[in-house]
Design a protein around this ligand. Structure first.
Ligand code: G3P
Ligand code: CA
Length: 269
């Protein structure tokens, strides 16, 4: 007998470029966004934090050391926290050389610049509020920037934007402020807790080691704030075998430094 047809909602898991296509270009830079675009990857993930003078920038670590030349440029400013540097100082840093000589001179993007590039490239954004406890009010400020850049119109909120965080309070604040924006909680709440997260989060986004079919099914059985089933995006999957495994468990999205590898692995799955 013929295999039963896949349910109408079944789609291959969405590949998302983690910090851009960060296996191939320096993470969280415009080069990493462009690389994702060149590979045909539409969704990218980034991390948003705030400078000393209140500018939103895109960077993962809370210090500038690993992904810029800050220690050479400002040797007496340890521990080189983002929050201790102005946007102008951060803009003067090289955020590419650590990754490869061909990326020398790449800059740390502001959120504003990052959104402009996504607009130009016609890409979508999974935006992470990173360590929001360090930056009071960053939820509202991020929404204000998104709004100014045209990212809170209906087309964008429906199709092009998700805001996530490990900090449940920050996710809840975003949801309360702009209930039309899709949100995600990073982590693996117990199945019995999923309903309470679903009051403010459309997605539950666990590390791939926590993913099982049972867990994904349990999330899919819960309705989120927009009355749709909770989605599950998992991270950070960088090989075909793991991608197939989590796709088999039914995840909706796979966040990867090699989103092209993930896309090819789950094609037709
Ligand atoms: O998008 C999920 C993933 O980025 C969370 O971990 O440390 O890479 O921000 P991290
Ligand atoms: Ca992240």
């Amino acid at each position: 007998a013929a295999a039963p047809a896949a349910p109408a909602s079944h789609r291959p898991a969405l590949p998302v470029g983690h910090r851009g296509a960060s296996a191939y270009a320096p993470e969280n830079t415009l080069a990493a966004v462009d690389k994702a675009r060149q590979l045909g990857i539409e969704w990218v993930e980034n991390d948003v934090q705030r400078t000393k003078d209140g500018e939103l920038i895109v960077m993962h670590d809370t210090t500038l050391s690993r992904t810029t030349d800050v220690e050479q440029r400002f040797p007496d400013r340890a521990p080189w926290k983002i929050a201790d540097f102005t946007a102008k100082e951060i803009k003067s840093l090289d955020a590419g050389s650590w990754f490869g000589k061909e990326f020398e001179g790449e800059r740390v993007p502001t959120l504003d610049e990052y959104l402009s590039r996504l607009n130009r490239n016609r890409q979508e954004l999974l935006l992470e509020l990173k360590s929001p406890d360090l930056y009071p009010g960053i939820e509202r400020q991020t929404l204000d920037t998104l709004s100014r850049k045209g990212w809170l119109n209906r087309h964008h909120t429906k199709n092009k934007l998700i805001i996530q965080s490990f900090d449940a309070k920050a996710v809840e604040k975003v949801h309360q402020d702009r209930p039309d924006v899709k949100t995600g909680f990073l982590g693996t709440p117990k199945v019995s807790e999923l309903k309470s997260y679903a009051k403010f989060a459309d997605q539950i986004n666990p590390a791939y080691g926590d993913v099982s079919k049972e867990y994904v099914d349990a999330a899919h059985d819960v309705r989120g704030p927009h009355h749709r089933r909770l989605e599950v995006f998992t991270w950070t999957v960088n090989d075909a075998e793991t991608a197939k495994k989590v796709a088999g468990a039914g995840v909706d999205g796979i966040i990867s430094n090699k989103p092209d590898v993930v896309r090819d692995a789950v094609k037709g799955a």
